[in-house]
Design a protein around this ligand. Structure first.
Ligand code: ADP
Length: 304
């Protein structure tokens, strides 16, 4: 199958900041492909360059077989973009926004069904300023779909939403894929990437540090898990760190988090704690996730 997106050795610099440093990836038709990484990693710059809004300093980009610089006008007809810092005039009504966006495209889908699909039918005449955060996000998705695009780019879609609105938005993203469209999802939320993405590239400091399915990335940690407990200063951190199978010991808000892997990992940690006599409470284990993948590759937490 011809990839929907092919990026090779992409570089983009702002003055002395190398925002995108040699990124290569391909996206297949019908995938939800994630670009996951901390703030400032270069995700937005990469996507803005891929869609042709920024000119690359080096590298080759093809989207639906087209060069996003030279064939920008043709390409924008076939893609949908919801950008991170999207905004609309406060006094624009929902229907006016859809009407305006539809006027940019040669081919459009009727927007009344779009409003219904995205739960905005009753907000047809509401001004942008009077929409809730979740409604604004749904409007931006509807606007990105008004030309019935083959590929949809969604950048930090759920930032600022409450947990319920985030979950509802995740279902909407899955619905876009079920319509046969390819989705590029930019996010700094590990749980969002894990839940939604078929494959993802983890980006840090402008580079791809891992690229695979979420399950394969976590499996690559060799069955890793975490032991977490509440503790005071008496915990023998150095002895824990020295145990075989332990990869990382850290303190976080009154908890100690011990990361590691292997059949004896959890038992060894608990045995050492008991033998040391140091008090601990509320001990629990968690399976490794993308946060641990990021930690294993960079030595830092994604959420820092
Ligand atoms: P992300 O989307 O992962 O948060 P960005 O692509 O926005 O990352 O930013 C990558 C780096 O480029 C950051 O260091 C950021 O400060 C810098 N940057 C982003 N946009 C600009 C710009 N227009 N001019 C100068 N530097 C920028």
């Amino acid at each position: 199958m011809q990839p929907v997106i092919e990026v090779s050795n992409l570089r983009k610099r702002y003055g002395s900041t190398l925002a995108v440093d040699d990124i290569s990836l391909t996206v297949q038709p019908g995938e939800i492909f994630g670009i996951l990484g901390p703030n400032g990693a270069g995700k937005s710059t990469a996507v803005e360059t891929i869609v042709g809004l920024r000119q690359p300093d080096a590298g080759v980009v093809r989207v639906l077989g087209m060069d996003p610089q030279r064939e920008h006008e043709r390409l924008v007809q076939r893609i949908g973009i919801q950008l991170q810092h999207a905004a609309l005039p406060d006094r624009l009504a929902v229907w006016e926004a859809l009407d305006l966006f539809a006027s940019f495209y040669a081919r459009t889908t009727p927007w009344q069904p779009l409003l219904e699909a995205w739960g905005l039918a009753e907000k047809r005449n509401t001004l942008f300023a009077n929409l809730s955060g979740g409604q604004k996000q749904r409007l931006f998705i509807a606007l990105a779909l008004v030309n019935d695009p083959e590929v949809v780019f969604l950048d930090e879609l759920t930032t600022g939403l409450d947990p319920q609105a985030r979950r509802a938005t995740w279902d909407l993203v899955k619905r876009i894929r079920s319509q046969g469209k390819t989705v590029i999802l930019v996010t700094h939320f590990m749980d969002e990437a894990q839940f939604l993405c078929d494959r993802l590239a983890i980006i840090d400091a402008g580079r791809v540090i891992a690229l695979d399915t979420p399950a394969n990335l976590v499996r690559g940690l060799d069955g890793g898990s975490r032991v977490i407990f509440a503790a005071n200063g008496a915990t023998p951190l150095q002895a824990l760190q020295a145990l075989p199978g332990v990869s990382q010991v850290e303190r976080s808000q009154g908890d100690v988090i011990v990361s590691g892997h292997g059949d004896n990992f959890v038992g060894d940690v608990v045995a050492l704690l008991v033998a040391s006599g140091a008090p601990f409470q509320n001990l629990r284990t968690e399976q490794a996730d993308l946060e641990d993948v990021f930690m294993a590759r960079t030595g830092r937490r994604l959420r820092d």
